[in-house]
Design a protein around this ligand. Structure first.
Ligand SMILES: [Zn+2]
Length: 116
């Protein structure tokens, strides 16, 4: 059983058995439940299934409109897209996002190679 903690920023994260949700998600009950469901499937540690879960994003299918509405009306949620975030005073790395950011950086460098 996981513990749910509501915080002022981010969207949803899981660290071991604690799930951190943005408290403003309570205003979006369907999105709240979808994100909670998604975070419950995470291992809370790091394994390849966690990356697969984030790439598939099954729980958020059909909720994109509400998801983007939430992100753009709660700017403090954007920190969730950074590869590192401070939770309970501890810096936590999101390995899925580290991979995504590295891919983006390599992609940009690759494109620049052809421009310059
Ligand atoms: Zn996830």
């Amino acid at each position: 059983m996981s513990l749910i903690r509501y915080i002022d920023y981010g969207i949803g994260n899981r660290v071991e058995d604690t799930i951190y949700l943005n408290k403003s998600l309570k205003e979006y009950p369907k999105l709240h439940d979808a994100i909670l469901n998604h975070e419950r499937k995470h291992s809370g540690k790091f394994n390849i299934n966690d990356i697969s879960l984030d790439i598939r994003g099954d729980e958020l299918k059909g909720m994109k409109r509400e998801y983007y509405k939430f992100i753009f009306s709660h700017k403090n949620s954007l920190v969730n897209f950074l590869p590192v975030m401070r939770l309970d005073g501890i810096w936590c790395w999101d390995i899925s996002l580290v991979f995504i950011w590295l891919l983006l950086i390599f992609e940009i460098l690759f494109i620049f190679r052809f421009i310059i």
